[in-house]
Write a protein that binds this ligand. Structure first.
Ligand code: KG4
Ligand code: ZN
Length: 340
């Protein structure tokens, strides 16, 4: 059984091939960083049109690299949501066309579940586990009870952590990939000097986050012109990451769970990785995706599809698309197939 996975929820066009017995064969992706730099952010219409340009060449490249033909495929997995509607529709339409033409089933996957399960490409956490999901659009603490059964314990009340990092990086004049560039700049700071940010909501005994005030504080400090960019980047990164770490520790304490899965683009951050991996010395097993599977990619969509196909093998109709409708869900809750 070979799964082709397609991810087009935002501005990365990504494809992957997953083999039931060999695991991940290969994943490829094309970002749109040049467009991001040119326009100062994602323009949804341009992102969608660019996916259309990239999808077919990437698919041919992937098949060619692996000596496979379209007729070798068994399932087409695609990101059905959440994300930008135009971008999602390009992937959904591409997947459904392949599914129709090849007479093989299509399976819509939740992008957030893809992130949540990304570490399982190489690691083996077992349910139940606590997950910290931090991306450009989401900041969530989740109790993952079983595949498809996720309890959101807390989330951001305003900006996502990644969004705050991106906007602050942009204010510092950095270009895409902004989050990664901010981390690089922060790494150049040997001492954050007197630059200090208050960590939001850490006094509250709940698992919610708020990052928009922090972003405003960064804007004010940048305007003051008093701090070196490296120190500002370090202090800001530290405040965001320490907040994530404090709330994650609280969630581990509240739930009593002893496995932590960290996921989403921000999980690529070296400071967050270093700090949370230290929990391994305190009877918590910590799992991070490999760096290439932290930010948006199709390998995570492939592993989510594979695990679902395995789990539902006796009742596949519950998870596979039943008709040719091309449906994308810009907003989509994590627990499905309850919500079709
Ligand atoms: O998961 P992702 O690729 O896309 C979404 O689903 O949003 O996450 C993108 C986010 C961006 O906000 C980006 O700045 C952040 O992940 N990011 C990082 C790093 N690499 C990507 N943040 C901090 N440190 C990094 N190394
Ligand atoms: Zn993502």
């Amino acid at each position: 059984m070979i799964i082709l996975a397609i991810e087009t929820s935002c501005d990365e066009t990504a494809l992957a091939l997953y083999d039931e017995s060999k695991g991940l064969l290969e994943h490829v992706l094309q970002n749109q960083n040049n467009q991001l730099t040119k326009h100062g952010g994602v323009i949804p219409e341009i992102a969608a049109r660019t996916h259309i340009q990239y999808l077919t060449p990437l698919l041919l490249q992937l098949l060619n690299n692996n000596n496979l033909k379209l007729t070798d495929l068994s399932f087409i997995a695609y990101t059905k949501g959440p994300g930008l509607i135009g971008s999602l529709l390009t992937g959904a339409a591409f997947a459904k066309s392949l599914s129709f033409g090849l007479k093989i089933p299509a399976i819509g996957i939740n992008h957030l579940e893809g992130h949540l399960l990304a570490c399982m490409i190489t690691e083996t956490p077992t349910f139940p586990f606590l997950a910290l999901l931090v991306s450009g659009g989401h900041t969530m603490l989740i109790k993952a009870n079983s595949l498809g059964n996720y309890e959101v314990l807390g989330e951001t009340l305003d900006d996502a952590a990644g969004e705050a990092l991106d906007k602050t990086a942009k204010m510092l004049g950095l270009t895409p990939p902004t989050g990664k560039e901010l981390a690089k700049l922060a790494a150049l700071s040997n001492k954050p000097a007197d630059c200090h940010f208050t960590k939001p909501l850490i006094e509250q005994n709940n698992l919610n986050f708020s990052f928009s005030g922090l972003k405003t504080a960064a804007m004010l400090k940048i305007k003051q012109g008093k701090y070196q960019a490296t120190h500002l980047a370090f202090a800001f990164q530290q405040a965001v990451m320490d907040t994530l770490i404090i709330k994650t520790k609280l969630a581990l304490k509240i739930t009593g769970l002893n496995q932590l899965v960290v996921a989403g683009g921000v999980s690529a951050n070296y400071y967050l990785r270093e700090q949370l991996l230290q929990l391994n010395n305190h009877s918590v097993k910590v799992f991070f995706p490999k760096l290439e599977f932290c930010t948006d990619n199709a390998a995570m969509i492939a592993i989510a599809a594979f695990l679902r196909i395995q789990k539902y093998h006796n009742c596949l109709e519950q998870i596979l698309d039943q008709d040719l409708d091309i449906i994308a869900k810009p907003r989509w809750e994590l627990n499905y197939p309850r919500d079709k």
